[in-house]
Design a protein around this ligand. Structure first.
Ligand code: AMP
Length: 441
């Protein structure tokens, strides 16, 4: 079916054509007509399915000929990256229309976002926390909202945002059209759906938990401590050019990034402890080809939109199958092809089995000829917990011993200058606050 069948405004069709979209994806073909007819929509959609355009296009269609200066659309998303990505998609699709949008998320200054509220941009795309911060201010009123979109609702649930979403809902009109997108529909999400949606058109609900087609998936069994070397080997042999690598923790992301950089692979990292500016730079550098590897934690798995990303590597096996599907949805976006490799240590076999159950098939297992699977680890990404605890205990007992010694010394000569003061070159006097009681003048 061509886009023209959807009866979208000609100015939108121009934007779509310039983006090179020739026909609607399945979710677009299913969701756009009921949304244009004014119905609430409940859609089960993975990233990579074209879901962003599925909710933006019908809304843009309705906004085009409306007077401006009132915010009519609120899109709520879990992460900053996703908010920024949706805004970029909106700007692309709406390029030949007067419709305006702004993204509202934490980690950057409130000022320009305040301006967006005051000037009444047509569409606000927000993460829940920052939106609630704005709602504390008198300028942030949204009485004109006619369309609400909840994107990646299940991810917002995972991130603990459900109470925030309920708070946000108190600030916007109850009479509105709601478009609700989620990759999975666990019970708390269904409760929210029943509260929010009226007689929704249901899209794709039976097709959940299937990754996009065109992805070649493979497992690489490897001892935990050799995962870094295996990745390096695959990169050095040119088996993958650019690759998005997911690790389980921020710490592992940092260590892996350091390991790759030390071994001459241009790499960056992106996770919850990085500032917004650092995340944006990392992503932009990766998209431009400055970095071959972008190491990321799950928090950003959704919302990273990179065209023609050939490879995703799960450096660690995701704990839940849905995360696996989301991560590998980063490759093979909308009908392209890509590879998704998952490194599996012995300890991770049971997670792999649940993933295979959800996928309904066994994944092929690959070993690399002449990779030394028995080698000693080049670096340990993590100091084992027992060793870490032992190190902390040793440090603490050392500190206690030193404090004891110091107290004993002070007791022996109450007027002795303190260590800090003695380092100075001027006349010696006891440092403030360090003088033992009783020796003060
Ligand atoms: P999304 O699932 O919204 O994150 O979109 C996934 C990717 O597919 C984005 O890079 C879009 O630009 C692209 N895309 C969306 N709709 C289409 C379409 N109809 N044809 C080709 N690509 C599309």
């Amino acid at each position: 079916m061509p886009f023209s069948k959807l009866e979208l405004h000609p100015d939108l069709l121009r934007g779509i054509k310039e983006l090179g979209f020739t026909r609607p994806t399945a979710i677009q073909a299913d969701a756009i007509p009921p949304a244009m007819a004014g119905r609430d929509v409940l859609a089960c959609a993975q990233t990579g399915s074209g879901k962003t355009a599925a909710f933006l296009l019908p809304i843009l269609h309705k906004l085009i000929d409306k007077p401006r200066r009132t915010t009519r659309v609120l899109v709520i998303t879990p992460t900053r990256e996703l908010a920024a990505q949706i805004l970029a998609d909106l700007n692309d699709l709406a390029v030949h229309t007067p419709v305006t949008g702004a993204a509202v998320f934490g980690g950057v200054s409130m000022g320009p976002q305040e301006h967006a509220f005051r000037s009444g941009v047509d569409v606000i795309i927000a993460t829940p926390g920052r939106l609630l911060d704005h709602f504390k201010q008198p300028y942030a009123k949204l009485p004109g909202i006619e369309y609400l979109v909840l994107d990646e609702a299940d991810r917002m649930l995972d991130m603990g945002f459900l109470p925030d979403i309920r708070r946000v809902l108190k600030h916007i009109p109850a009479k509105r059209q709601t478009l609700f997108f989620s990759a999975t529909m666990p019970p708390p999400i269904m409760t929210l759906v029943r509260e929010l949606l009226h007689d929704p058109a249901m899209i794709n609900l039976e097709r959940q938990s299937k990754p996009a087609v065109g992805i070649t998936q493979a497992l690489y069994p490897v001892p935990q401590e050799l995962k870094s070397s295996l990745l390096l080997t695959l990169l050095q042999r040119g088996e993958m050019q650019e690759v998005l690598v997911f690790t389980r923790t921020k710490h592992r992301a940092n260590r892996l990034h350091a390991f790759l950089t030390k071994n001459g692979i241009p790499a960056e990292r992106i996770h919850g402890n990085r500032s917004q500016a650092q995340r944006t730079d990392a992503l932009a550098g990766f998209k431009k080809g400055k970095y071959r590897v972008l190491v990321a934690t799950d928090i950003v798995a959704r919302g990273i939109d990179i065209e023609e990303l050939g490879h995703v590597v799960n450096f660690d096996v995701p704990l839940v199958p849905e995360d696996y599907i989301h991560r590998i949805g980063r490759t093979a976006r909308a009908e392209a092809t890509g590879d998704a490799f998952t490194f599996v240590s012995n300890e991770e076999e049971s997670e792999i089995r649940s993933i295979e159950r959800v996928l309904g098939k066994r994944l092929p297992r690959v070993t690399i000829p002449d990779f030394d699977y028995k080698a000693k680890a080049a670096v340990a990404l993590e100091v084992p917990i027992a060793e870490r605890i032992a190190a902390i205990r040793a440090r603490k007992s050392d500190e206690r011993a030193r404090a004891k010694e110091k107290a004993a010394r002070r007791a022996a000569s109450p007027s002795a200058p303190s260590a800090t003061a003695s380092r100075g070159s001027g006349p010696r006097k006891p440092a403030r606050g360090r003088t033992p009681k009783g020796s003060r003048p």
